[in-house]
Design a binder for this molecule. Sequence first.
Ligand code: ZN
Length: 261
Amino acid sequence: MISGRRVVIQTATGPVKGVTGKRAVHLMDEADRKKVPEIHEIWIDIGARSKKEALERVSIGDVATYDHEFELIHGSIGASRAFDNKVGAYIVGETLIRLSAVRKKLAAKVVAVATAQEEIGVRGATTSAYAVNPHIAVAVDVGHATDHPDCDNRKYGETKLGGGPIICRGPNINPKIYQRLLKAAKKLRIPYQLEADPRPTGTDARAIQMGRGGVATGLVSVPLRYMHTPSEMVDLEDVERCVQLFVEFALALEKRDYAHW
Ligand SMILES: [Zn+2]
């Protein structure tokens, strides 16, 4: 997925454009063509004439991102790099904005966190769960939509784009939070999908559940195709339904709830 991409390197003196280089197919022998390049065989070409010039423009450790912007593909279906997990950050932020308009109806204090470094060991969720010290929490991530031509539903379940938020169940999930999320979806009459995960999930819920003395944790995922590619696909209707779900979930919380969880 890395070869032939436009990238932007963030440097101290501003963005530097580049291209991920690869030997042309004509210059490869039969065996080379079948090989996936390893990390040390990949480079970013910034059009520099020498190592000296390259080091004047970028520094070791500068971060590069794919130069792919958000685009609507059809109707409410959009493609973007890093929907995983920009949509999560959007959902919790938008939920707070909508809750602020009805804040007097809230029995709970609601905190939204955009965690850093989930992908490399739920690190932001670990520190955030400690700092916020919540009674209950719900993680928001993306989940695999399996409705494309190369997915075995026996292995990966049946989830689809536009099918609504995916509500997770399993040992990482508090059963009462799961029930409440379900109840909220039913009350809103929005479509939703179920996912069972028998292990610690690959999401922030994993860290939050074990924060301090333990946190009753739920997990809602936005269905997404092509995870971790530069063109992830999401139905914005599902994103909106997640916001509605969280608003309803928060408004339904009562003071006495927390004693039971
Ligand atoms: Zn991810």
